[in-house]
Ligand binder design. Structure first.
Ligand SMILES: [Mg+2]
Length: 125
């Protein structure tokens, strides 16, 4: 199971990576913005899940999600958005763009675990 974590905060990437590692996910690659995230997906087409921030320079997370969903190779890839944008309108926008689940920062390891489980349950259908 290979996971891609995209966030412009290296601290946040580390927090997410450490949480994932404690949940048993060790195969994790990173990107610091949407452009790097898109490069990573194309270089590593075996990525099983994308966990992305929304607010980032160069290409934001919403644009990244739209790009991923528009590509037939990745249209089924589970995506979780982890962001400070917790408003109802933002959540709806993200879901419409194709995000499978949504986590508002700050989050607990338990929340990340639950959302991962929910998304993987969906992705197995
Ligand atoms: Mg950010």
């Amino acid at each position: 199971m290979k996971l891609l974590v995209v966030d412009d905060s290296s601290t946040m990437r580390r927090i997410i990576k450490n949480t994932l590692a404690r949940l048993g996910y060790k195969d994790i690659i990173e990107g610091a913005d949407g452009v790097e995230g898109w490069d990573q997906i194309n270089t590593n087409p075996d990525v099983d899940m994308l966990i992305t921030d929304w607010n980032m320079p160069e290409m934001n997370g919403l644009e990244l999600v739209q790009k991923v969903r528009a590509d037939d190779r990745f249209s089924d890839m589970p995506i979780i958005m982890v962001t400070t944008e917790g408003g109802k309108a933002e959540v709806i926008t993200a879901l419409k763009a194709g995000v499978n689940n949504y986590i508002v920062k700050p989050f607990t390891p338990q929340v990340l675990k639950e959302k991962l489980g929910a998304v993987m349950g969906v992705s197995e259908e």
